[in-house]
Design a protein around this ligand. Structure first.
Ligand code: ATP
Ligand code: MG
Length: 386
């Protein structure tokens, strides 16, 4: 039994489809297709009209030639002017088809371009982006389902962000009690047996790690909620870097300052920028062989940006991981090795958020001197004092 949806002449249909596919250029966009349809349609229409009008007029004149006594010259002249008028009409029809094609293709493509812009904005994190409703009922179906999809996505993302923030807040107070109790125990460490001292040391380290994780989660959820406000202090770049290094886990890390950067200042949040440098130095200690060096240099392409580069002598970051390690909870292949610390993989994600908030960027690359190791570069806008 033949299925009712099947075409009556499958072979003929598939041949037609193959013919159309063969004669349609591969990379032709919707706009060009609509334009071509209008122009070819106008050409076909005027071709048929041309043929019919011309042949009918000619046979009419020939048939009534004897009756009206028309001369051959008059017939030729009349046919000539009919042909000229028809050619003019064909040109006008094709031009009108072209104009209609341009206008229609613009009308069809404009909402698609709007949807593409909106999708791009959403991918960049602007989740409140919506498509404007139109007076076209066909387009409204797309607009409604697109807006509905984005509203659900926004709701989901906000719910997830709230969840992380609520959990971190809930964990904060018991953790503070735990930290205070551990501190009391630590102050009486000498009174404890050797086994209890070892257990206490483990507890101190874990409570510190857990507190750091909860603080990082809270900070990230503040970014997600768009609730981060920065304190704009005017900071001398060299001072900022030196102080941040001193507050890091490797306070003796050497800081080399290019002399062009001696008088550079930037406007930013001291606490957050100090966290950026300290995080990178901590990473050099945990994942980069245990030592670091910091360089402050002007950006290659502009005098209005300064680069703070943290280098180490570890194994470096494989090229495939250089982008991924900035994602949340992302830990590189080396992170599971002994001595690599027990981080959660939030440090670099926060570094990127802090740096972005200051209008800068951060990336990982190999060291420029060819030695083994990673180089993390933070580029920030700055000014030079005279
Ligand atoms: N200097 C470095 N050298 C080599 N790999 C690094 C370096 N810094 C970071 N990485 C890799 O990037 C991953 C992510 O770093 P990130 O700072 O985000 O997390 P973490 O240090 O593992 O944990 P956290 O910082 O949250 O305590 C690390 O797990 C590590 O694999
Ligand atoms: Mg880290």
């Amino acid at each position: 039994m033949t299925s009712p949806t099947r075409p009556a002449h499958p072979r003929r249909t598939s041949r037609l489809r193959a013919f159309v596919r063969r004669w349609t250029p591969r990379r032709v966009g919707v706009r060009t297709r609509i334009l071509l349809t209008f122009v070819v349609g106008a050409l076909l229409l005027s071709g048929v009209l041309f043929f019919l009008t011309y042949t009918l007029t000619r046979s009419n004149l020939r048939a009534r030639d004897g009756e009206l006594g028309l001369s051959d010259q008059l017939i030729t002249e009349t046919l000539g002017s009919v042909r000229a008028s028809l050619i003019l009409a064909t040109i006008i029809t094709v031009l009108v088809g072209l104009i209609l094609g341009i206008v229609s293709s613009e009308r069809v493509v404009r909402p698609l371009a709007g949807a593409a812009d909106a999708a791009r904005a959403i991918a960049e994190g602007r989740l409140d982006t919506r498509l404007e409703p139109t007076d076209d009922p066909d387009m409204n179906a797309l607009t409604d389902s697109f807006n509905d999809m984005v509203a659900r996505l926004q709701d989901r993302v906000e719910r997830d962000a709230r969840f992380a923030s609520d959990v971190s807040h809930e964990l904060r107070s018991p953790l503070m009690t735990l930290a205070a109790s551990v501190e009391v125990l630590s102050s009486r460490r000498d009174e404890l047996t050797e086994r209890s001292q070892a257990a206490l040391d483990l507890l101190v380290a874990d409570v510190a790690r857990f507190s750091g994780l909860v603080e990082d989660l809270l900070e990230i959820s503040r970014y997600d909620a768009g609730a981060v406000r920065i304190n704009h202090d005017t900071l001398r770049v060299t001072e900022l870097v030196e102080q941040s290094v001193k507050a890091s886990s490797l306070p003796r890390t050497p800081v080399h300052v290019d002399e062009r950067c001696q008088h550079m200042v930037l406007s930013g949040d001291r606490r957050r920028l100090a966290r950026v440098v300290a995080n990178l130095v901590d990473n050099a200690r945990n994942h980069g062989g245990g030592s670091a060096s910091v360089r402050v240099e002007p950006a290659e392409d502009s005098a209005s940006h300064v680069r703070i580069c943290v280098e180490d002598a570890g194994e470096g970051v494989p090229e495939a991981d250089r982008e991924r390690i900035f994602e949340r909870f992302s830990r590189g292949a080396g992170a599971s090795k002994r001595g690599a610390g027990e981080g959660a993989g939030l440090g670099l994600a926060l570094v990127r958020e802090h740096v972005r908030l200051h209008g800068g960027r951060v990336w990982a690359e190999p060291r420029h001197d060819g030695a083994a190791g990673a180089r993390f570069v933070v580029e920030l806008p700055c000014e030079t004092l005279n």
